[in-house]
Structure formats: C-alpha cells, structure tokens
Design a protein. Structure first.
Length: 496
C-alpha cells in the first residue's frame, strides 16, 4: 500500500496546486508534498517494507530505492522552503511572471513524483520512461524564466539527454533479447529483480554490449563526460532553487541506473571489464570538469562543473567494485546532494544582491550578505573535500579502495592532482569575489555608489543553515540507522 500512498499524495498535491491562486498556497502544498514523501519513506524504512508493491511486478521497494527517494524528498523539501522567498524575489524583479508561477509549482510537484517513481521502478523500461519524464519537467523549470538563454539551455538539455537516452533504449532491447535465452526469465524480461536472480546465466559479452548502450543514456542523465555539455548551461541558467534540485537529485537518477546495471554485470565474468570501463570514464570526467573549473569566473558555472567532477568520483566509487567502496559511494551521494544544494542556495542570494554571477561584479560580500557569504565559503570547503566534512571521509575511503586495483597507485595519484586543482579553482574564485571592497574612489567625476543589502527572507536563510549543520554532523558522526541502511544496500546488491 506504500506505493498507493505515494501516488495519492502526489495526485492530491498536484490538484491543490492547480486549484490554488496565491503563491503562498502553492508553495505550502509543495512543502507538504515533500514532507509527506519524507514521512512515507521513513515509515517504509522503519517498518521494513520491501519487495513488490501494488500486486504487480513493475514497482519494487528495496533499501536502495528508499534511500534515494528519501534523499530526493529531503532536497525537495529544502528547495520548497527556499522557494517561498526566492520565487517572490523573482516576481518582484519581474523575472518570473504570475502566468508562469503555477506552471513552476506544478512542474516542481510532478518532478518530485516522477523522480520517486523512477527510483521505485523494478522494470528498467519503466525506469527509462520516468527518467525521461524527469528530463521534461526539469527542462520546464530551467526555461521558466522565459529568457532566451534559459530556453536555449533547456532545449540543449532535452536534446542531449533525451538523444543519449535513445542509446539506452537500444541497450534495453538488447538486454530483453538476451534475457529471452535464459530459462528463468520467462522468454525475456527487463525486471531488475528477475535479471539479478538469473545474472549468472546471461552471456557476458552480450551483457557488456547492452551495458555500454545503457551507460550512454544514464551517463548523459548524470553529467558524465563526454555527455555532460548540457549540464553547465542548464544548472547555471536555471533559478537557484531548481539548480539545487538538478544537481542534488536529478543527477542521482542517472548514477542510480548505472549502479543498478553494474550490480547486474558484476555477477558475471564481464565485471572486471566493466569496472575498468567505469573507472576510465570517471577519471576522464574528473579531469575535464576540473580543467573547466580553473577558468571559471561565473559562480554558478563553477558549482555546475563541480557537479560534473563529483559525478566522476561517484563513478570511480561504483567502478572500484568493493563493498566498502559502495558503502562510501552511497554516503558520498548524500553528502554531495546536501552540500551542493546549499552552495546553490547561497549563490541564489548573492545573485539577487549583485544581479550577476560574475566574481568581478561582487564586492563587500561578507558585509552585505554574511549568511550567504559564509555559507558559500563553508560550502566550498565542504565540497572540495576538506575535513571535518563528510566528502573528505567518503572520498578518502573510495580512493583507498581504488588503490587496491591494478594500476591503482597511478589512478589515485592522478585523481589527487585533479582534486588539488579543484580546490584551487574554488580558492581562486573566493579570493577574487570575497576580498573585493568598495573603494569609494571618484572616477570620471562620479563616486562609486555604496550597495545596499538585499533583503533576504527568512525562508531563504533557514535551508542554508540547516543543511550546513547536517553536513557538518555527517562529517564527524554517521548515525547507526544510516550505517545499517547503507550496509543493507551493499548486501542487497550482491556485494556481500
């Protein structure tokens, strides 16, 4: 019945938003939608609910799907609270008109529902459909401001992500045909649970070919190089509340699909080959992302390329293939989602203050916007992986596991070099943007006018403070329930 409850809550939230006339009512229903999904996920996890739902073989709840759904609901909840003040500021600046307001919240609600259903899909075909729907709804949110650059970014996102997903569709056809040759698959299936139960009987060569095609689609969805070119534009041009969702939740949909497929391939002789394939793409992704970060003076572009970098690290963690590597990769997913969302929230406040994302246009940051300024500084320290933040321990553990692989020493050395450069990119931006002060000098007979602090609503401040506190706590303490959950996922995926 859990799935029916999810569907009922999603339908009710959408209907209430559709019937609402005020911004506050729409925002309230969006917050309640995400809180209800959080409560349902927590209840399902606490009660041990798992297995097939609704009497069919299409939706399956296990610890991994519930974990991803809970992370998504948590991020949507923070983004909904943040949107209350942020969307009002967009309307005051006439960047978002009231005609598009309802579309914004409807798309937001549908995106939460379809993302959750994607995680709960046992059928890979159904997962493919819901993943495509998340692309459509998130593209609407990117283009919601109706500016030409936003529309261009949304179209680029749709064409690249959906075009790549066609390759994934071909891979699913291969997989269905391959499974038809196995007696336990009933003439052909795309149900992950059935495939996992019969993985040892699948042809390793054909399964590898299927994986490569499927990987192209899911890699584009998660911003893996060379399929990442949509990501910097979409994440930087979207409203900051949307950017946080794109980076903290939507990228996880792609890596979730890759992890599910790798868990299947890992049960066959093709495991080592595919592991090397994932590690190669992970290293390439980190390298390209970091080299682009070094030349960025645009705040949101810098954060966007950082997302690409972290998807590369997650891919390395999946490719490492050990139980410990998977545990810390899952921990990394949570840490990255919270930290990256807080960075985008801080960036949204700074953009409202300076009406620009460029470092050269910012001055007196810590005086004008102390919370956003310090939030961005702390978030930058956390996202580059310095202690005591959780990305440090997760990243260190993943690299230690990667060092055990053939040529692991060279791999770890290369990754460490790029991580140092990524830290330098954030440090360079912070020094350039946060140390500049108003000179008060006279140029061409005109004095530099002092900036007035932009009034930041409480709803925009609270998520930043709470998320950074959560990140700090996760850096020094892993709650027992979370450790138990992640160990359960490692076991369910066949790593133990």
């Amino acid at each position: 019945m859990i799935l029916y409850n999810y569907l009922a809550v999603g339908a009710l939230a959408f209907a209430l938003i559709l019937l609402s006339r005020s911004h506050r009512a729409m925002n309230a229903f969006t917050v309640l939608h995400s809180l209800a999904y959080l409560a349902l996920g927590a209840f399902a996890l606490a009660s041990g609910t798992h297995g097939f739902e609704a009497g069919n073989s299409y939706f399956y709840l296990d610890r991994l799907s519930l974990y991803e759904a809970l992370v998504a609901a948590l991020l949507f909840c923070f983004a909904s609270v943040y949107s209350n003040g942020y969307v009002e500021s967009l309307m005051e600046a006439r960047e978002l008109n009231r005609k598009n307001l309802k579309i914004f919240y409807m798309a937001f609600s549908l995106l939460l529902t379809t993302t959750t259903l994607a995680f709960f899909s046992d059928s890979l075909a159904l997962f493919w459909i819901f993943a495509e729907l998340t692309t459509v709804f998130s593209a609407v949110l990117v283009a919601i401001l109706s500016a030409r650059e936003n529309i261009d970014a949304a179209l680029k996102y749709i064409f690249i992500a959906s075009g790549a997903m066609l390759f994934a569709f071909i891979g699913l056809i291969f997989l269905f045909k391959l499974s038809g040759e196995v007696p336990g698959c009933g003439g052909g299936t795309l149900n992950w649970t059935v495939l996992m139960a019969n993985a040892g009987s699948l042809s390793p060569k054909m399964l590898t070919a299927s994986f490569v095609f499927i990987f192209i689609g899911f890699a584009a969805k998660s911003g893996i190089v060379p399929f990442h070119t949509w990501l910097p534009d979409a994440h930087s041009k979207a409203p900051s509340a949307v950017s946080a969702i794109l980076s903290g939740v939507l990228l996880n949909v792609g890596t979730y699909g890759i992890l599910r497929m790798y868990a299947l391939v890992r049960q066959t002789e093709a495991g080592p080959l595919v592991s090397g394939f994932l590690i190669a793409f992970g290293l390439l992704t980190v390298a390209v992302a970091v080299l682009n970060m070094l030349r960025q003076k645009n705040m949101k572009m810098l954060i966007a390329f950082s997302s690409v970098e972290h998807m590369g690290i997650i891919l390395l963690g999946i490719g490492a293939g050990s139980p410990l590597a998977l545990f810390w990769t899952l921990y990394y997913v949570l840490a990255h989602s919270l930290t990256k969302a807080s960075l985008f929230f801080s960036a949204g406040i700074l953009h409202r203050q300076y009406e620009s994302n460029l470092a050269g246009d910012m001055r007196d940051v810590l005086q004008l916007q102390p919370l956003a300024g310090w939030g961005f500084i702390v978030g930058s320290v956390a996202i580059v992986g310095l202690p005591p933040f959780p990305i440090f321990s997760a990243k260190l553990s993943i690299l230690l596991e990667a060092a055990r692989l053939p040529y692991g020493g060279i791999l770890v050395f290369a990754v460490l070099v790029f991580l140092v450069l990524a830290s330098a990119a954030f440090a360079r931006f912070l020094l350039e943007a946060f140390t500049r002060r108003s000179s008060g000098s006279v140029s061409n007979g005109l004095s530099e006018e002092p900036l007035q602090p932009y009034h930041v609503r409480l709803g925009m401040k609270v998520p930043i403070a709470v998320m950074l506190c959560l990140v700090l706590v996760l850096g020094v303490y892993c709650p027992p329930f979370l450790e138990k959950l992640l160990n359960g996922i490692v076991q369910e995926l066949g790593y133990i």
